[in-house]
Design a protein around this ligand. Sequence first.
Ligand SMILES: [Zn+2]
Length: 89
Amino acid sequence: MPETTLCALHQVTLVSEPAEILYGVHAAGRNFEDARTGLFPNSFLTISGGCFYSPDYPKHKQVMCCRSCREVERSWTNLMNRPFSETFD
Ligand SMILES: [Zn+2]
C-alpha cells in the first residue's frame, strides 16, 4: 500500500471521504464523463454500486478522493444545472 497518493491534476494528497453509492443503470452522460476525466478525476462524489439494489445495501462507502476535485465537480454540476437563460448572461 502506498503511504500517500496524489491527485495527478491538483497535486494534493487524497483523503478518505464518503461517496454516495448509486445503484441501477445510470446515464451520467457524455458531458459528465468528459468533464470528470478532464476536470475532477478523483472526485468520487458518487460511485456505481452495480445494476441491482436491495434495501440492505450500503448507501455510502469510504473512498480516497481529492477535495479539490470535489469542489470542481460541485461547481461544474451547479453550472450545468442552471437554467439555460442564466448561463450566458
Ligand atoms: Zn484533484
